[in-house]
Write a protein that binds this ligand. Structure first.
Ligand code: XUL
Ligand code: CO
Length: 438
């Protein structure tokens, strides 16, 4: 078997004192934290599109990294890609992977031939998987020109039908490979101008497609989770899956809320002018937390840079939400991230993943320690303690109405004296204190 990354061995955990760039400083897959090995708490996944396909091409220039993997025809290249992907996963101790249909097998001239290619490559993946698992699969319904006006929200019924056929096949492959998740990300499901758009019909149709997908997947034995991955814009000016709150409204309107959870992506949250933690909190509070696309944007750029996550605070607050949501069930941390265009060598793949995995290992430990320390949670509980008894409990239990509250307020007089400081700076200092005594 050809080795693609000569000179790079299995990445070992060497601890925080290590100066070996090709070693984990914080991520120790077998270390028990919070009652489980770190690998089970974090469930890291490789993204096929960025890692195996992304060659650094951007709007202003050609690729900078050779990601061809093979020399012969396109199917030999697709197989070589599989070999290289599993070598990366083995060497980095990554247990899961995610893909779009078109990442694993290139589109042919006809749908029939494209599907044959998918059969061949998914058989090959199945053979090679060993102990690796598919976190989720999805269909790329945004790249081909036929989807220029959308797929499930296309004005053309023929395009909708084609997308449905593509999604059917992507679900079949996901099930065949034992995937526990299936993602809808609506890259072109939105509009550029309302002058040419029947927004209601488009959204009704998207819901129809999702219902068909759920019904079909369940009928062939898919017992995993469906996810919607919110993103407000890019490539489309306005995308219907704007953010988690918007998606929840959509799911409830169409009776899909029992079938879908969220796949929250950090850089999509920031594009929606939210924090990553905000999106996770909205999902958690609504029982809709599912999975994570881990990455980060650049605060000075307004687009989806998909950088590998290195911000410890963001990772900490993310993992705090994940722990409070009860941890991952079918979901995990998929690195929907790419090395910078200037980080063009194959070795940079390893540096990038090591940086991201170490960041989340640290973030996980920090989140556990914040919870164990208890000061933050205790402060929040105390801040809302007026709801536990007296008038607060009466309001919550439905025993109060406007008339009883008016009577209460008239008797009580002004309540400004009952206010307490929000202590934001104190709490931020507690977080720093916990982080830097890890
Ligand atoms: C695009 C994006 C996608 C989805 C899967 O911004 O995040 O790669 O994760 O289609
Ligand atoms: Co994503």
């Amino acid at each position: 078997m050809k080795e693609f990354f000569n000179g790079i061995g299995k990445i070992q955990y060497e601890g925080k004192e290590s100066k070996n760039d090709l070693a984990f400083k914080y991520y120790n897959p077998d270390e028990i934290v919070n009652g489980k090995p770190m690998c089970e708490n974090l469930r890291f996944a490789l993204s096929w599109w960025h890692t195996m396909g992304g060659d650094g091409t951007d709007m202003f220039g050609a690729g900078t990294t050779d990601k061809k993997w093979g020399e012969a025809d396109c199917m030999e290249i697709a197989k070589a890609k599989v070999d290289a992907a599993f070598e990366i996963m083995d060497k980095l101790s990554i247990d899961y992977f995610c893909f779009h249909d078109r990442d694993i097998a290139p589109e042919a001239d006809t749908l029939e031939e494209t599907n044959k290619r998918l059969d061949i490559i998914s058989d090959y993946i199945k053979e090679k998987m060993g102990n690796k698992k598919l976190l989720w699969g999805t269909a790329n319904c945004f790249n081909n020109p036929r989807y220029m006006h959308g797929a499930g929200t296309a004005p053309s019924a023929d395009v909708f039908a084609f997308a449905a056929a593509q999604i059917k096949k992507a679900i079949e492959i996901t099930v065949k490979l034992g995937g526990k998740g299936y993602v809808f990300w609506g890259g072109r499901e939105g509009y550029e101008t309302l002058l040419n758009t029947d927004m209601k019909l488009e959204q009704d149709n998207m819901a129809r497609l999702m219902r068909m997908a759920v019904d079909y997947a369940r009928s062939i034995g898919f017992d995993g989770d469906f996810y919607i991955e919110p993103k407000p814009k890019e490539p489309t000016k306005h995308q219907y899956d704007f953010d988690t709150a918007t998606v929840l409204g959509f799911l409830r309107k169409y009776g899909l809320d029992k079938d879908f959870k969220m796949n929250i992506e950090a850089n999509h949250a920031t594009l929606a002018q939210h924090t990553f933690q905000h999106e996770l909190r909205v999902a958690r509070d609504n029982g809709a937390f599912g999975s994570i696309d881990a990455n980060q944007g650049d605060p000075l750029l307004g687009w989806d840079t998909d950088q590998f996550p290195t911000n410890i605070y963001d990772a900490t607050f993310c993992m705090y939400e994940v722990i409070k949501a009860g941890g991952f069930t079918n979901g995990g941390l998929n690195f929907d991230s790419k090395a910078r265009r200037g980080s063009f060598t194959l070795e940079d793949i390893f540096h990038s993943y090591i940086a991201g995995m170490d960041t989340f290992a640290l973030g996980y430990k920090a989140a556990c320690k914040i919870i164990e320390d208890g000061r933050i949670d205790a402060f929040v509980a105390e801040r809302y303690s007026s709801w536990n008894s007296g008038i607060g409990a009466d309001i919550i239990n439905g025993k109060a109405d406007l008339a009883t509250l008016e009577k209460y307020a008239l008797e009580k007089g002004d309540v400004v004296d009952s206010l307490q400081s929000g202590r934001q700076e104190k709490l931020e200092a507690i977080v720093n204190n916990v982080l830097f005594t890890l």
